[in-house]
Design a binder for this molecule. Structure first.
Ligand SMILES: *Cc1c(COP(=O)(O)O)cnc(C)c1O
Length: 370
């Protein structure tokens, strides 16, 4: 991913319309102490409106609250919606930073193009997250591996049942304080490799970050959970033989010789910012790095003969999740004795050290928000 650029110097102005009922300090402190992922939201949200004639307008930060939607609003019928996910990290000196936001802005623009939604500029994307985090700075948690999760999203807001790209859209950013993803230490997860359902197919929307991809992953996820597995890994829809990714995380395998491999981007795999950062960190550390087609059969052979030693998943929310058990129809393997693998753990520490300002940001990935 070569989308990192220097931060725009001029950000558009967002009008701040503060809530007249802010959460009292004591209540906010209690809410941000140990929140469960995605359950607590800050007092405000950033918002920009779009219409076909006017373009993007009305940049503001306003009170967090329910959206009133006409029942005919297009997104409710045809799913024209995209989103992003990134975090604001507290640093020891009290400043607040985010990680490669230019990559998220660029990905949102690509997703918008694919879903026939209007493209939002990088400046508006950065302007929105900056204005929101500055307004709700007191909500940034400071505990170990705590952060403010930012969820930018865009939807078709026109009330019209005709099937065509919307003529009105809303872009919002909401913010949610989150504690460490693995409370009590990183714990490997179990994965069911599904050979029945796919989340995306050739020419579909797999490489766009859209809600519809997640909708397609929920039934297989529920079925796997009922069998005792934490998550699903999907295979490619064309041949049903190649490793693709999880419902919301990319996947990597580590070989005994230290080589790190992840499925190449084929159009049906989402290009994760964490994925590309891990590829870079592995390269920096002198590991062989491969982006290529990875047949499931190769993984099974490698796990059986010991030439594949670690498997992990990655994404912004959990950073790196070790995979301790991998199973599919008629087979099952324990990976790395069910413990976090050595390289998996090292990469996770390296990345979080950069994000929390404990290690040098040698690639210029960090961007100060406040
Ligand atoms: C968001 C997402 C990822 C991870 O992307 P990051 O930018 O690393 O958070 C991976 N796969 C899918 C399907 C996703 O939606």
């Amino acid at each position: 991913m070569s989308t990192d650029t220097s931060p725009s110097t001029e950000l558009p102005t967002f009008e701040i319309r503060p809530t007249d009922t802010p959460t009292p300090d004591a209540e906010r402190d209690a809410l941000t102490a140990a929140p469960k992922f995605g359950t607590v939201f800050t007092d405000h949200m950033a918002r920009v409106s779009w219409s076909d004639g006017t373009g993007w307008h009305d940049r503001r930060v306003e009170r967090y609250g329910p959206l009133q939607l006409d029942p005919a609003t297009a997104v409710l019928h045809y799913g024209q919606e995209i989103f992003e996910g990134l975090k604001a990290y507290p640093h020891a000196d009290g400043s607040v930073w985010t990680f490669r936001p230019w990559a998220n802005a660029a990905r949102l623009a690509r997703s918008a193009h694919r879903l026939a939604l209007p493209v939002l500029s990088e400046a508006d994307f950065l302007g929105a997250i900056t204005a929101l985090v500055a307004t709700d700075r007191a909500w940034v948690p400071t505990g170990d591996e705590a952060s403010l999760y930012l969820r930018p999203f865009m939807y078709a807001s026109e009330a019209f049942l005709g099937v065509r790209p919307t003529l009105e859209a809303e872009f919002l950013v909401i913010a949610s304080p989150v504690g460490p993803y693995f409370a009590g230490g990183v714990k490997p997860v179990s994965i069911w490799v599904d050979d029945e359902f796919h989340r995306a197919g050739p020419g579909g929307t797999g490489d766009a970050k859209c809600g519809g991809n997640y909708a397609a992953s929920l039934l297989p996820q529920r079925q796997a959970a009922a069998q005792g597995y934490d998550q699903v890994c999907f295979l490619d829809a064309a041949t049903n033989t190649l490793l693709e990714e999880l419902g919301g995380m990319n996947v990597f395998v580590v070989r005994a010789d230290g080589t790190v491999a992840t499925p190449e981007l084929t159009g049906s795999i989402l290009e994760g910012v964490t994925r590309s950062s891990i590829l870079q960190l592995a390269r920096d550390a002198g590991h062989g790095v491969e982006e290529r087609r990875i047949p499931l059969a190769e993984v099974l052979t490698g796990l059986a003969d010991g030439s594949i030693t670690e498997v992990f998943a990655c994404g912004t929310a959990a950073v790196i999740t070790p995979i301790g058990r991998l199973a599919g129809r008629g087979w099952e393997h324990t990976v790395a004795d069910g413990e976090p693998g050595a390289l998996t753990s090292r990469l996770r520490t390296e990345l979080t050290d950069i994000q929390y300002g404990r290690a040098a940001d040698r690639h210029g990935w960090m961007h100060r928000l406040v």
